[in-house]
Design a binder for this molecule. Structure first.
Ligand code: SF4
Length: 336
């Protein structure tokens, strides 16, 4: 039995938002780097999902996909270990979503928190679409088509996996074992705020991007919010009230943490000195990623080759599931 056949199948993905920032890194990519050794991982660029709530301008998608894949590869996602693919390249997702739709009671999708928040509470008519209502069904198709054992999620996404479980069970009860019933696994992901202390978001202009140079990163670290009570160097600080400390906890080696706390609470060093320590830690942490990025930039087609290969592998697996689905559901197969 091959090694991948003994590993649990894991599906995860994200919408193509383009250049990845440190929030994306600690929220997902850092866990994916561990998971790619532990599981048979499929990492999906969910471009159809991007359309469910943002369909007016799709012109940015190609550039966003390119930048996202390059960032994934630069941080160390390894196509030799994991299958990296684009959702829209695997048309079988759409076929399965259509079929699962036949088994989906309206209540199942109308109960979605995202639907209730956007359409019912906020009366956002732009999102009163069939696509947005049905995106949990498309998500169920994404998962079930690979017979995934595990889907890593944040707490707010558990309900989506429960919908996929419901749909898998519904089909299995009526037509025999068609789908593996997936399980969710809560990620240990950390949340990192932007350098102004708000949620890290492109629209706030407060992101530190993985593709930025060390100089650009330093400029953002240099102006990062600190403990507001620490006005002068002689004022003792409280790391627990400081944004820089949240970054130290993620990126600065643990053996330096006591020194940082002591120098902050004892007003022994200034915040710029403390930020220099963080900057050094970031440089060390992302040094290998910068080297991989330089190699990717020297070979401009490499990211496309990775996707072509990943799409091929994903497609074969999706097609194998769909053959079973069509047979069990007694659907017409040309030539059979
Ligand atoms: S010394 Fe460091 S931890 Fe303390 S307030 Fe300044 S930046 Fe924050």
């Amino acid at each position: 039995m091959s090694e991948s056949a003994t590993k649990k199948i894991l599906l995860s993905g994200s919408r193509p938002t383009g250049r990845q920032h440190l929030g994306n890194y600690v929220g997902a990519l850092a866990q994916w780097l561990e998971l790619q050794d532990e599981c048979d991982c499929l990492f999906m660029i969910a471009d159809w999902h991007a359309l469910t709530n943002n369909y007016n301008d799709t012109s940015v998608l190609p550039e966003n996909i390119r930048n996202q894949v390059i960032d994934w590869l630069a941080v160390g996602l390894d196509p030799a270990k994991a299958t990296i693919f684009v959702q829209s390249a695997i048309k079988e997702h759409a076929e399965l979503a259509l079929l699962l739709g036949m088994f989906t009671p309206l209540g199942l999708v109308e109960r979605s928190t995202s639907w209730k928040d956007a359409v019912v509470e906020q009366q956002n008519d732009e999102l009163r679409t069939y696509g947005f209502l049905g995106y949990p069904v498309l998500q169920a198709a994404d998962i079930l088509i690979y017979q995934a054992h595990i889907v890593p999620v944040g707490k707010d996404q558990v309900e989506h996996i429960e919908k996929a479980q419901d749909l898998a069970q519904k089909v299995n009860v009526r037509y025999g074992e068609v789908f593996r019933v997936p399980q969710w696994r809560l990620g240990k992901s950390a949340v990192l705020l932007g350098n102004d202390g708000r949620k890290m978001s492109k629209s706030y202009g407060n992101c530190i991007y993985l593709s930025e140079t060390p100089e650009e990163v330093w400029e953002k670290v240099r102006v990062m919010m600190t403990d507001p009570a620490r006005v002068r160097k002689t004022d003792p600080g409280d790391p627990e009230k400081c944004l820089v400390w949240t970054y130290h906890k993620v990126f600065t080696p643990e053996e330096r943490h006591a020194e940082i706390v002591e120098n902050c609470t004892g007003a022994k060093w200034g915040c710029i000195q403390c930020k220099r320590v963080l900057d050094d830690a970031l440089k060390a942490h992302f040094g290998p990623a910068r080297e991989r990025r330089a190699a990717l930039e020297a070979n401009p087609d490499q990211w496309k080759d990775v996707l072509t290969e990943g799409n091929k592998k994903a497609r074969e697996r999706a097609q194998a599931t769909m053959e079973v689905v069509r047979e069990k559901l007694h659907l017409f197969e040309d030539g059979k």
